[in-house]
Design a protein around this ligand. Structure first.
Ligand SMILES: *Cc1c(COP(=O)(O)O)cnc(C)c1O
Length: 386
């Protein structure tokens, strides 16, 4: 059963809580986040955790992770302000976005941020000028993004040669050049992607050492998986392999390690509860029924774009001996792009009808933060954190 992603107690709790709520809504169980955080600490005892706030910026989620002792990877001054207002101190945050305005750097610096990512000379010069003396790490490009279900493509990071130049320049400009960061692509199914990235970092560490600079930090970003419909390795397989890659490349002289989990930390904690609005056929003899829901690409399921992420789906009417048929799933808006799954066919009971609820599992990450504000008048996805 798909809901096996959640502990039975949590699934029951979420179901009961949602019973009298209007759909669509996302119900997030803090207990699951706590469990995931513990698990990450156990699997990566050698790393500090910086939660990637963008995955789920709900204040109760942030509060829960703050209590657990997490640090935070922020991407904007807005996330910064939000965290400050929730009582998270600036020394527990890293400004991980390489794309920022000079005045945003200055603002962050004035609020106490002392750790920044960069991947270009102009941003680096801004950091040196507006956040003098701060810790800086340089983000590099990584290969193998085609094995990630949600690749972060070529947008971030620079080539190794440029990273070396930037580290040297950072030092000249009075910054504390601490290390290198990368992100192997979100929901990365190939553990080997970390091997290649870590080897590249080793190469850069050696090259900058020739300039008399000793780097000491690797920020490995995100990429660890959450459980969806497609198979992926367990998180401990990632931990063991990454430990081995680090040992192979760094031996006795291990660098400090940061991980920035988003999806793997909060993904499985959420269930998006939706309702069937309409079921139709496009002609009397068409093979497939179209099932339109009250949630679609713009209401929180944007990662279904290109059918990249396939969320496990649960329906009350399903069960042993119930006849099912393959359907096309689509959202409620007037944009024809708002089709969730057409190539990948979900099977749903033939008895499915308007008003039935469908539960989307593993929707705790990248749903609410992506949902539109007022497209066709639909409000943003409501979250409840229990
Ligand atoms: C989005 C992002 C993350 C989180 O990635 P996941 O794959 O969701 O864990 C971490 N670090 C940075 C810099 C990011 O942009």
């Amino acid at each position: 059963m798909e809901q096996a992603i959640l502990p039975e107690s949590s699934w029951q709790r979420i179901r009961e809580f949602a019973a009298d709520k209007q759909t669509p809504c996302l119900v997030v169980d803090r207990e699951v986040i706590r469990g995931k955080y513990q698990e990450l600490r156990e699997v990566f005892p050698f790393a500090s955790v910086y939660y990637a706030v963008k995955a789920n910026p709900d204040q109760a989620v942030i509060g829960c992770l703050e209590e657990m002792g997490s640090n935070f990877d922020i991407a904007s001054v807005y996330e910064l302000d939000k965290l400050l207002s929730l009582g998270v101190s600036a020394d527990r945050m890293s400004y991980g976005n390489t794309i920022k305005k000079a005045r945003e750097i200055e603002y962050a610096y004035n609020k106490g941020i002392r750790m920044f990512a960069t991947d270009s000379e102009s941003d680096l010069r801004n950091v040196a000028k507006y956040a003098p003396g701060s810790k800086l790490y340089v983000r590099i490009l990584t290969e193998g993004t085609e094995t990630a279900d949600w690749p972060l493509s070529r947008k971030f990071g620079c080539q190794a040669d440029m990273a070396i130049e930037l580290i040297v320049l950072a030092k000249e400009l009075g910054l504390e050049a601490v290390g290198i960061s990368f992100h192997v692509g979100s929901q990365q199914r190939d553990i080997g992607a970390w091997d290649a990235a870590i080897a590249k970092v080793r190469f850069i560490f050696d090259r900058v050492a020739e300039h008399g600079i000793k780097l000491r930090l690797i920020n490995m970003g995100g990429g660890l998986p959450a459980l969806y419909s497609s198979r992926s390795h367990e998180i401990d397989a990632y931990g063991a392999a990454i430990r081995r890659f680090l040992d192979e490349d760094f031996g006795e002289e291990q660098p400090e390690i940061i991980i920035e989990p988003g999806r793997s930390l909060v993904g499985e904690s959420g269930v998006l509860v939706s309702e069937v609005v309409l079921i139709s056929r496009k002609s009397r003899d068409s093979l497939y029924r179209w099932v339109y829901l009250d949630v679609g690409l713009f209401g929180g399921l944007i990662e279904s774009l290109g059918e990249a992420i396939k969320y496990p789906l649960y329906c009350d009417k399903a069960g042993d001996g119930v006849e099912e048929e393959e359907v096309v799933l689509a959202g409620p808006t007037c944009d024809s792009m708002d089709i969730l799954y057409e190539d990948h066919r979900y099977s749903l009971p033939q008895t499915l009808e308007a008003g039935d609820r469908l539960y989307w599992l593993s929707t705790g990450a990248y749903t609410t933060s992506y949902s539109s504000v007022e497209f066709n008048g639909f409000p943003p996805l409501k979250t409840y954190v229990i």
